[in-house]
Design a protein around this ligand. Sequence first.
Ligand code: OGA
Ligand code: MN
Length: 341
Amino acid sequence: MAKMAASMVEGGEDSFRKIFKFYRRRNPPPDLSDVIDFSRCAPGEQVRAKRAPGFIFISDPFLRGTQPFWLRQCLKIYPQKPNICNLDMHMSPLETQDVWGQSEGFVFMRVQTKPRSLCFLFYARKSNSSTYSPSSHTPFPRDLHLLSAHMTAACGFPGFISEAGILNYYRSDSSLGIHVDESELDRTRPLLSFSFGQSAIFLLGGPRRQDPPTAMLMHSGDVMVMSGPSRLLYHAVPRILPAPPGRLALETGGCIQTPPPQEGSVVEPVSEEEWAVCSRYIQSSRVNVTVRQVLAPGQNFPETPRSHQTTDSGQTDGYDDGESGKRKRSSSDSPYAAETH
Ligand code: OGA
Ligand code: MN
């Protein structure tokens, strides 16, 4: 990293953008030798970054055979009503009623005609903007909250309340532009990120948009916690990469292992039919789930809706060139409107 970062920084203030473009490049493909791969860490081991206090990388802590359950939830259950999803903007209510049943999951591939991520929102966030809306929310899925509360508690943050979740569905040519997640009213709570399916390069920058980022690999099952000062660092996903052999921890010779029953576990078995759809989908796609606490305990939304100036920075059309940052945007260039073009 040091080698490349140094040469990039000489170019001036735009080093994050240059590095984003470097890793997103197709021809010739980028040299990945500077990308950190934590996959040799013990499963569930927490890696804490000296350069980014509060950033915790947990290499696949999932018990063997449990990832298929979470993948099924992301593809089949969470997109269903009453959850709010941006498919609503270009499909009729009848079509979005049961995305899975209608299309056997292929709607995820069909809708993504552009190399952009497709998101579903669970809770308290308008489907067409990054502003959380107190008037439109649905209950947060209990299983995903239990997982998130367990992970955050294990990292030293008890009492986490999952209030918003965003699902990003990436094709092999998708990317997510440089941004900070700052829509939440309370930004002191950790933000959790789960990866399933194909691998990706994650760029973690600094508090200023131009700070040079560190590149790291995310594989299926990996969890990242952005807590403390790292909560508001710039980051991006310039590239999806094929999962290394065996690292789609889901492949168990064509059929899934039934996880051993665990006391109090929310994980249920996935049927053969469901798994057939999920496993086909992740052969070329990546699913990312971020879970956020929006309000501090006892905190309320302000009386008037928050303006766009205070929303997430730049998960917008910046997908194409890594260019975004803190620009103001209208509802039409929200990241979650990306699929309507
Ligand atoms: C996000 C995000 C990263 C990823 O949704 O805000 O940064 O790994 N996702 O997809
Ligand atoms: Mn983010």
